[in-house]
Ligand binder design. Structure first.
Ligand code: P6P
Length: 335
């Protein structure tokens, strides 16, 4: 096994022919996201030193209290993407609506990047890992239609997705539809280097991941499935940062659930820039992702930018088992 370092840039260029569309466009976009991730990483690592901890005394559209680092991360991602020349606009958890970018040198850009700049932000102040989640949607409409709101919901396709986890090490994981690869940031050279090639999720794992504190607020089918997980002697692991929970499941196997509750009747997690990208990555790694109504996440057509969804995601055999369990339980209730 050669121990030659392969940087993110080299890997993207080496694999660019696998990309369905004009690979130069995507290459530039992914590299710009990599730069933004390095800048955010520097901020996250220094969070304890610079006065950017704590709440920004504001709320985002979803009603989540925004941490200052969210705003910094949001700003850096927008700066890097605005100048990429490949991105016609962005959608962010921190912004109410799309942010459309002017075309650069008259070239119509074809990509909309939707992101959660710093997921799991409630963990920032206590030094638990957080992450950036991004989804790259390509316009499939007439380039003359410039209003993102008009093109996004019906005329774009999810063509790439990824996340960056800022933890004991900083790792960027992404897919463009030909498998999933992970790159660890080497601070000594300031490069993301290939560290997890062709990630394959285990068919099952020893953990289930859900906020057990809401147990009594879940639908009965979900409660019975969680009891079943406990009967199987599965361990419970729940970090409260979706990127971290999914990252663990990608490598150790397992199942993550965020069902609907009375507080979140449509689910808490956002479809466009949390569920979709993580579902794309997990499916590309051989896993599955459905919602509480047992529909495939990637088949859902977003109607609103900050639309929420319930989600069950992880090892294929465990998601299949959960689906069968809920179908059996619902059928028994009907008979
Ligand atoms: P709860 C973080 O705020 C987040 O959006 C996800 O990263 C995480 O999985 C979830 O919410 C945690 O929500 O209600 O269990 O605290």
């Amino acid at each position: 096994m050669s121990n030659k370092i392969i940087t993110l840039d080299e890997f993207i260029i080496k694999r660019q022919n696998e990309f369905l569309y004009d690979h130069d466009e995507l290459t530039g976009l992914l590299r710009d996201i990599g730069v933004a991730a390095k800048i955010v990483n520097r901020l996250v690592n220094k969070a304890g030193l610079v006065n950017i901890l704590g709440k920004a005394d504001s709320e985002n559209i979803s009603g989540d209290t925004v941490q200052k680092l969210d705003l910094y991360a949001n700003e850096k991602l927008i700066e890097c993407l605005k100048n990429s020349g490949q991105c016609c606009g962005i959608a962010s958890e921190e912004d109410e609506t799309f942010l459309q970018f002017p075309s650069i040198q008259g070239k119509e850009a074809n990509y909309v990047v939707a992101f959660d700049p710093l997921d799991g932000s409630s963990n920032i102040d206590v030094n638990v890992s957080v992450g950036t989640i991004f989804a790259i949607y390509r316009r499939i409409s007439d380039p003359k239609i410039r209003v993102l709101k008009k093109i996004f919901y019906k005329r774009t396709a999810l063509v790439a997705a990824g996340y960056v986890i800022y933890g004991t090490s900083t790792i960027l994981v992404y897919t463009t539809g030909s498998g999933v690869n992970g790159f660890t940031l080497d601070p000594s050279i300031g490069e993301f280097c290939l560290s997890h090639h062709n990630i394959q999720i285990p068919k099952r794992g020893n953990y289930y991941s859900v906020n057990q504190g809401y147990y009594l607020k879940f639908d009965i089918e979900m409660r019975r499935y969680i009891d079943y997980c406990s009967d199987l002697n599965l361990g419970l692991r729940y970090i409260g940062s979706m990127v971290s929970d999914i990252h663990r499941i990608l490598f150790q196997g397992g199942i993550f659930l965020y069902p609907v509750t009375r507080k979140y009747p449509d689910g808490k997690l956002r479809l466009v820039y949390e569920c979709n990208p993580l579902a794309y990555i997990v499916e590309q790694a051989g896993g599955k992702a459905i919602n509480g109504s047992l529909e495939r996440i990637l088949d859902l057509q977003p109607k609103k930018l900050h639309e929420k969804s319930s989600i069950v995601i992880g090892s294929p055999d465990m998601v299949d088992e959960m689906k069968a369990y809920v179908e059996r339980y619902s059928a028994s209730k009907m008979s």
